[in-house]
Design a protein around this ligand. Structure first.
Ligand SMILES: NC(=O)c1ccc[n+]([C@@H]2O[C@H](COP(=O)([O-])OP(=O)(O)OC[C@H]3O[C@@H](n4cnc5c(N)ncnc54)[C@H](O)[C@@H]3O)[C@@H](O)[C@H]2O)c1
Length: 271
């Protein structure tokens, strides 16, 4: 079969293309014959048709990047992110509000049958418990309104800005993905611990002991290329009936958690 994932000749945009999972995703899409447009605050990715240095915390830079990319976009890969060590409000702005702004700005350029994938995290798995709050945030009308909402809800964000940003992505994927399902499929993957340049920040926040004890049903952390394959397959036209959903790519962690084989409380540091 030629071009089994149907990315040959497709125009795609990848955020976080300078490092880790985003760089692996950009490289894989180039190998599959796509025209890849990379976006990152950092420079460089060898495997792209064009690269835009853009700070996703600045809506004006995002708008300028969208204008510079121009033309049709068949698939968007939202892979950039800040880790747990960054301040909570800044994490919300980059991981959630910046990606939401980019997504909404690109939508008019995306034809029927196109796709949008976010790299969320297993850290966002409990979003349904916070749905009322997260859907209120999802309904804020633009970047500035979203930022004002986040500042007014610092009590919810300060405790775990990273987890909240991933819950916010998952709620947005479900809500907006449902609204737009006839035009564009919106989904996310939920990786578990993955060996990328971000991993040391998680170890710094949670401690070596947490990750030493963290259950790994597959027997190891994941690699960037394994998450790249997952999001590329999710955004492929072959996944045409998968919409508005958040897919676990955590090596079996949530399987153990949701069936009681893993006791999450035992992983947490004593209060
Ligand atoms: N590594 C893990 O264990 C893990 C687990 C679950 C989810 N994730 C998520 O996976 C995604 C990819 O992370 P990674 O592990 O490849 O880390 P990484 O640090 O290698 O890549 C993150 C990229 O985001 C870019 N970025 C950061 N701030 C930005 C900004 N303001 N504007 C534009 N780009 C910006 C960075 O420059 C970097 O290239 C992130 O969303 C992260 O939250 C990571």
């Amino acid at each position: 079969m030629q071009d089994p994932l149907q990315f040959e000749g497709k125009r795609v945009v990848v955020t976080g293309a300078a490092s880790g999972m985003g760089a692996a995703t950009a490289a894989l899409l180039s190998d599959l014959g796509a025209e890849v447009h990379g976006v990152d605050i950092a420079t460089g990715s060898a495997s792209v048709a064009s690269f835009y240095q853009c700070d996703l915390s600045d809506p004006a830079q995002i708008d300028a990047t969208v204008a510079a990319i121009g033309g049709r976009v068949d698939s968007l890969f939202n892979c950039a992110g800040l880790p747990t060590t960054a301040p909570g409000q800044k994490i919300m702005v980059v991981n959630y509000l910046g990606h939401r702004h980019l997504t909404e700005a690109l939508l008019p350029s995306m034809p029927t049958g196109s796709s949008i994938g976010f790299i969320s995290s297993v850290a966002g798995m409990g979003w349904q418990g916070n749905a009322e709050l997260l859907l209120e945030l999802a309904a804020t009308k633009d970047f500035a309104a979203g930022q004002a909402w986040c500042e007014a809800h610092d009590d919810a964000i300060a405790l775990n800005g990273y987890g909240f940003s991933k819950e916010a992505i998952n709620a947005y994927v479900s809500w907006r993905g449902y609204q737009l399902a006839t035009q564009v499929r919106i989904n996310s993957i939920q990786p578990g611990p993955t060996d990328t340049p971000m991993m040391p920040s998680f170890v710094e926040s949670m401690g070596e002991d947490f990750f030493a004890k963290f259950p790994k049903p597959v027997g190891r952390n994941s690699r960037a290329d394994e998450q790249a394959w997952a999001i590329v397959m999710l955004n492929s036209p072959r996944s045409s009936y998968t919409a508005a959903t958040n897919v676990f790519t955590d090596g079996g962690f949530t399987g153990g958690l949701f069936t009681g084989s893993i006791d999450f409380a035992s992983l947490m540091p004593p209060a």
